[in-house]
Design a protein around this ligand. Structure first.
Ligand code: 3H9
Length: 696
């Protein structure tokens, strides 16, 4: 194996290059390589300055996350930074790409930092349930002040090179050759005999807040909502607070202790699981790098309703022209008006520049003529969820779409194979299931039909990433992965109401668990009438929801649903309670006290069971894929790692045994433990173990 860190010279300047693809993560050999080379440069009298840089696509993007949980090996990053800190020659970090986490901490052990334009710098540890563990919570405030450092650390979001320059995080932006520019910068420091101030000795940006420590709590209060239920934000605040009164060496020890406690905790383990699961999910067995995706320059979306409009916006947002087709001028106008309103809201919120609004809208071609899709490289159908309508449309698309165009359906339940059958280009057909609101929600379930061509699947994944979604490939079944598991939960949620719980009990237990909202608040948001109409068509009844709908309580849009609304704020309604109690009487169910624990078990265990069936049937490739779907499509809390990861932490035998009990008590066959769950529970196994065994 070649050395991941090397040193060369440019006259009196040493250039230390970290080359550990893909993202120069700080695995043990890298830390050791940096340390050895820094010491060599430090001790070489002919070297007067040191430039530290990264090869490839980025400077160091952080500690090597795969090493967490393994026994730590010296030199630790802190030791490397401490050595850098004590070098008496100018040290300059020359960064590009994404200097993140431990990577940014490394740069803060240098006297100066210069960046290429386009660099994004940040401390994203919080997204992994961690805090910066190598001095970041102490050095960033010293460089940029608490007001900027605290939100950067609490959000984990990176800032641009331009903002970093303005904040004092970097000293210069280098256009052109970064390393040559950094060497020039080093020489200018030497020539001007600029004082070499270590970041750890900087106090100027902390003076004001030290004089007025109450300000610290004010800044914290502005960001406190992000700390709910999570351990890492509280630890981050605790660590940053140390900058007010604790000497840095002592503060760094405390920071390290906090970091080490978080690293072994369930929350961080879960978030790290999601980090890797998300990246795995885009990898499809049998579709290697040799499968070239088709080129997508133009898109078309059929349907300008809520879904179609949202899908079309995703393309325009990344500069891809999109034709949007409706059957009537009126519907088209309404759809485009909603799109424009959404963009205007983005302008108001500051996420879209006012001058870009018209450019964005110019990317849409609204039309009522289906023939206008003929140039599109990808056509996504988002019409009414009805098989005959979809089939008829695909029959027409076949005649119009250009050869090689990807034909995608946004169906959320229907059989993609059956839709594909009506065309003679079965291989071009794929499911692309977006989640509402489609311009916001990050999940994209890519449904692989039995004949979907490998390059079409690869294209759907690449397009998904290009429009900033998290793509997960799934197989064909009713509701695919996400909605199929959601149905298991919805059935139980209704049963819990009949047995004794109220909507606020069920929703409250789930929000306490970490979901942003519970099933009944979600129904009110989506509209109770949607499910009611579809159930009527299918001849099925959902006693409570349908009784509400029949009373004109459609949810938020009518101001009444499972809750009473004033604007968006909901409160329990005694009328609903009465209606639920009456329903229990009608159905002959004796009401009883239902505990929070029971609510969680009854709602999530059946989902885990369904997830196990989905894995057994090969509808999802990996347990992690299911976790990613639930995180990005349904708000499963990241710090619990998704339903399958969470199930492992609960213990599969415990879940299996409870499901068996439920099956016996209720006679409901759906609760019979899935074969896979039974097997793993018997073996003392886990879903994670299953994924590892498959990868090996
Ligand atoms: C930390 O630094 C703690 C310190 O404060 C204290 C220490 C004591 N380690 O995302 P991509 C892999 S915590 C290991 O697809 P992109 C990734 O799994 C860390 N592996 O590319 C993938 O592998 P594969 C703080 C990593 O261009 C490949 O690299 N830093 C790491 O879309 C490409 O990744 C972070 O949290 C890592 N640190 O995005 C940054 N990072 O090809 C985490 C990536 O086998 N990383 N990999 O699937 C990121 O945010 C993105 O990866 C990045 C590139 C923006 C860098």
């Amino acid at each position: 194996m070649t050395d991941p860190v090397s040193m060369r010279r440019d006259g009196n300047v040493a250039i230390i290059t970290i080359d550990n693809p893909p993202v120069n993560a700080l695995r043990h050999a890298v830390r050791k390589g940096i340390l050895d080379n820094v010491i060599a440069a430090r001790d070489d009298a002919s070297i007067e300055a040191i430039v530290l840089t990264g090869a490839g696509r980025t400077f160091v993007a952080g500690a090597d996350i795969t090493e967490f949980g393994k026994p730590p090996q010296s030199p630790h990053l802190i030791e490397v930074i401490a050595t850098l800190d004590d070098v008496k020659k100018p040290t300059i970090a020359a960064v590009h790409g994404t200097p993140l986490g431990g990577g940014l901490e490394l740069t803060m052990g240098c006297h100066f930092r210069v960046a290429a334009p386009g660099t994004r710098l940040g401390l994203p540890e919080i997204k992994l349930g961690l805090i910066p563990g190598a001095g970041g919570t102490q050095r960033l405030p010293r460089l940029v002040g608490i007001e900027k450092a605290l939100p950067m650390i609490l959000s984990g979001d990176p800032i641009s090179a331009k903002d970093a320059l303005a904040a004092g995080l970097v000293d210069d932006i280098i256009e052109g050759d970064l390393v040559a520019g950094a060497v020039k910068f080093a020489r200018s420091v030497l020539a001007a005999k600029r004082p070499l101030q270590r970041v750890k000795d900087r106090e100027d940006k902390l003076e004001d807040i030290r004089a007025n420590p109450a300000k610290f709590d004010e800044i914290v209060a502005q960001h406190a909502k992000k700390t709910r239920g999570l351990h890492a934000p509280a630890a981050a605040i605790e660590a940053i607070r140390l900058t007010l009164d604790t000497p840095i060496d002592e503060a760094q020890k405390k920071e390290r202790d906090l970091f080490l406690k978080l690293v072994v905790g369930e929350q961080s383990k879960s978030q790290r699981h999601i980090f890797f699961a998300e990246r795995e999910a885009g990898k499809v067995p049998g579709i290697g790098k040799d499968v070239a995706p088709r080129e997508i320059k133009k898109a078309a979306v059929i349907g300008a309703g809520t879904m179609g409009g949202g899908i079309a916006m995703n393309f325009a947002n990344v500069g891809i022209p999109v034709t949007i087709v409706e059957t009537s001028e009126d519907a088209l106008k309404r759809g485009m008006a909603t799109i424009e309103k959404n963009y205007q809201m983005s302008v108001q919120r500051g996420s879209l520049k006012a001058e870009d609004l018209s450019k964005r809208l110019a990317l849409f071609t609204p039309t009522t003529d289906l023939n206008a899709i003929k140039d599109a490289d990808i056509v996504i159908e988002a019409v009414f969820e009805n098989m005959p309508i979809k089939k008829e449309l695909f029959g027409r698309l076949e005649a119009i779409a250009k050869p090689g165009a990807v034909l995608a359906t946004n169906t959320s339940y229907l059989d993609v194979n059956e839709i594909a059958q009506v065309t003679h280009r079965i291989g071009d057909v794929v499911g692309m299931h977006f989640f509402s609101p489609a311009n916001v929600m990050k999940l994209l379930e890519i449904v692989r039909g039995k004949d979907t061509a490998p390059d079409v699947l690869a294209t759907a994944i690449v397009v998904g990433r290009a429009i900033k979604k998290v793509p997960v490939v799934v197989g064909v079944c009713h509701g695919f992965v996400g909605n199929r598991m959601l149905s298991a939960r919805s059935i139980e949620a209704e049963k819990l109401l009949l047995e004794g719980a109220l909507p606020q009990d069920v929703d409250g237990a789930l929000t306490e668990f970490g979901f942003p909202m519970g099933p009944f608040a979600m129904s009110d948001l989506a509209g109770i009438d949607v499910g009611w109409r579809s159930r009527k068509e299918r001849g099925v009844r959902n006693e409570i929801a349908d009784t509400l709908a029949e009373a004109g309580r459609f949810g938020q849009k009518t101001g009444k649903g499972f809750y009473l609304y004033e604007g968006r704020s909901a409160r329990p309604d005694p009328e609903v309670e009465k209606l639920i109690v009456d329903a229990s009487v009608r159905m002959g169910v004796k009401r009883r006290q239902v505990s929070k624990e029971e609510i969680i078990e009854r709602l999530i265990y059946p989902m885990v069971n369904e997830g196990a069936r989905i894995l057994d049937e090969g509808i999802a490739t990996r347990p992690g894929d299911i976790d990613v779907i639930w995180l990005y499509g349904y708000g499963f809390p990241a710090w619990r790692g998704g339903p399958m990861h969470w199930a492992d932490t609960v213990g599969l035998a415990k879940i299996r045994d409870r499901l068996k009990e439920l099956a016996k008590e209720t006679g409901d066959k759906r609760h019979e433990p899935a074969a896979l769950l039974n097997r793993l529970a018997d073996e003392g196994g886990t879903f994670a173990g299953l994924a590892t065994a498959k990868a090996a």
